[in-house]
Every structure is written in structure tokens, then in C-alpha cells.
Design a protein around this ligand. Structure first.
Ligand code: PBG
Length: 325
């Protein structure tokens, strides 16, 4: 029975009614804060294309994390920027590497903060690719061993979860096996399962100095035109032992978030990436959008689409706004 019997506006009449029928709730529990750690001392170097984001040396990282802990954000995702890069990305799996040192320091100071480490080679390789390069090609299987070594070395340093972002075939299985064989059966894998070859990673590559020196990442990251393939990637990662599956970027891929959640019913993470952050920041700085309202709308939209958790550079702001109510 349509209008005048049905009047959807009745349930929008005031805030109390709206609260009662609200379908999606965003909470601080949903947030993971990505953060960049670099070598040196006393470093807090702003990332120009990401206002509010910086590269921190470990001493300054510990200070920056105080606010994250106070805001009750459950976890951080760590990215490392090494002092030196080489062909094989050896800084990634060096037990004295930047991430390994940072994890030990964080767990000592904030034992309860969930520390997730990004597993990839691109920040550590001189060519900027996510795997081993030979004759201009990124090799899959030789990369798996290095990724597994990286994950194991992060686990030995004390991380709580690993997040492979390289998009090599079979890496979740390789990492799971390496962790299990070494007694780290309790460490979950958050797989960047549907990770697209996206221009929205631009500011991150400035932050991490990880732009590929030649070519692009389209032989390993996914084609933005594909959705069925994303479901296949998720299926494979789950079969290999992924505990959480990620869709990345988030905003142009909300259909994928929705289909992954509906199709598999497993924990889904959405990565609200650097370029998505920078667009909002730039418009807000110009006074063209209301930052708080736009960010909260984006977060709510990602939750509504089916994300169980959101990795976002806005996390501290969001947590603060949620607290204010
Ligand atoms: C590493 C990695 C990237 C991001 C997360 N892990 C960059 C890339 O694939 O080029 C992007 C994160 C962001 O843009 O915020 N492979």
C-alpha cells in the first residue's frame, strides 16, 4: 500500500526515532590506524601529500602511539621505510630491520596494542616492485620464500598479525606454513585479497618512497574492471588460510566489499587508502567540504557496504569524533 498510507518520513521525524531505526553503527572498535616508521632519531617528517601523516623514527613513533592508545583504537598497521634498499629487499626480512625493531619497541611500551605488520617487498627493493625482479619481470615463486621469511621475522619480533599486500599467487599459504612450522599458529593473516592496481596509492608511494622504478604493478595487482576475479582471489586466500580478507582501495570498490561479505561471511577489512584520504584532506583544507561530516559519511558507508573493520589514516580523528558523540 503506497502513499498516503506509507510515509517513510515518519521514521525520520527526530533524532531519537532516527537512532532507533539506524541500521549501521560505527565504533572505534572498527578502526585500524596505518603508520609509517623510519630509521633515525627524533624524526617526525610530514608527508606532504597526506596532511596530518608523518614518517616517524621509533622514538617519535612511541610518542605518537600514546594518542592512539588513549583513543582506544584497537590496532595499528605498520609500514617500514628502511635506511637502504637492495635488489632482494633484504631489509624486509632482516631481524634488525626497521619493522622488527619497531615491533619490539611498541610491544614493550604498549603490550596491549594490536600490531599488524604489512608484508611486502616494495618499500625495501631498489626497483620498487613487490617481488623478486629478473629480466624486467616480477617473479612469483621465488618471491614467496622472501615473503614467508619476512612474516616469520615479524612474528619473532612480536607482531600480533601479518598483512601480506604483495599480490603474489600462493603467498597466504606460504606465510601460513612458515608461521605454523615455527610455532606461530596463533598469528592471524589479514590478506590483501582483492587489491587493485590503483592510482589512489599515489600519496602512499611518496610516503614510503616505493614507486616502481620501471613499469607498473598491473601484472600482480588486479584490474579495476574486474569483480568476479576478486571473489576468486578471496576464495583462494581463504583456502590458503587467510583469517581476514581485505578489499583495497575502498571507495571505488564498495560493490566488492559488499559481494565479499555477502558471499563468504568472513571478516572483511576495507582499506581507505592514501589517495582517498588526501582527496578529502585537500578539499577540506580549501573549505570545499566539511571534513568531519564527509569522513563520518565515508566510514558509515564502508560499514554499511559490509566492512567489519576499516584501515584509515582518518582513524584518530574518527575516534575523537566518536568520543565527542
Ligand atoms: C605495498 C602497499 C601499498 C599500499 C599498502 N601496501 C602500495 C602499493 O601497492 O603500491 C598502499 C596504501 C595506501 O595507498 O594507503 N605493496
Amino acid at each position: 500500500m503506497p502513499f498516503p498510507v506509507q510515509r517513510p518520513r515518519r521514521l525520520r521525524i527526530n533524532e531519537n526515532v532516527r537512532r532507533m531505526v539506524r541500521e549501521t553503527a560505527l565504533s572505534v572498535d572498527d578502526l585500524i590506524y596505518p603508520i609509517f616508521v623510519t630509521h633515525g632519531k627524533g624524526v617526525a617528517r610530514p608527508v606532504e601529500s597526506m596532511p596530518g601523516v608523518a614518517n616517524y623514527s621509533i622514538d617519535r613513533l612511541l610518542i605518537a602511539l600514546e594518542e592512539v592508545v588513549q583513543l582506544k583504537i584497537p590496532g595499528v598497521l605498520l609500514f617500514g621505510i628502511p635506511a637502504a634498499k637492495d635488489e632482494a629487499g633484504s631489509g624486509a626480512y632482516d631481524d634488525e630491520g626497521i619493522i622488527q625493531q619497531a615491533v619490539r619497541a611498541i610491544k614493550k611500551t604498549y603490550p596491549d596494542l594490536l600490531v599488524v605488520t604489512d608484508i611486502c617487498l616494495c618499500e625495501y627493493t631498489s626497483h620498487g616492485h613487490c617481488g623478486v625482479v629478473k629480466d624486467g619481470r616480477v617473479l612469483n615463486d621465488p618471491t614467496l620464500e622472501l615473503l614467508a621469511r619476512t612474516a616469520l621475522s615479524h612474528a619473532e619480533a612480536g607482531c600480533d598479525m601479518v598483512a601480506p599486500s604483495d599480490m603474489m599467487d600462493g603467498r597466504v599459504g606460504a606465510i601460513r606454513q612458515a608461521l605454523d612450522e615455527n610455532g606461530f599458529t596463533q598469528i592471524p593473516v589479514m590478506a590483501y585479497s582483492a587489491k587493485y592496481a590503483s592510482a589512489f596509492y599515489g600519496p602512499f608511494r611518496e610516503a614510503a618512497g616505493s614507486a616502481p622504478a620501471f613499469g607498473d604493478r598491473r601484472t600482480y595487482q588486479m584490474d579495476p574492471a574486474n569483480a568476479a576475479e576478486a571473489l576468486r582471489e578471496v576464495e583462494l586466500d581463504l583456502a590458503e588460510g587467510a583469517d581476514i580478507v581485505m578489499v583495497k582501495p575502498a571507495l571505488a570498490y564498495m560493490d566488492i566489499i559488499c559481494r565479499v561479505k555477502d558471499g563468504f561471511g568472513r571478516p572483511v577489512a576495507a582499506y581507505n587508502v592514501s589517495g582517498e584520504y588526501s582527496m578529502v584532506k585537500a578539499a577540506a583544507l580549501k573549505g570545499w567540504v566539511d571534513e568531519r561530516q564527509v569522513v563520518m559519511e565515508i566510514m558509515t558507508g564502508l560499514k554499511r557496504a559490509g566492512a567489519d573493520m576499516i584501515l584509515t589514516y582518518h582513524a584518530k580523528d574518527v575516534a575523537g569524533w566518536l568520543k565527542e558523540g
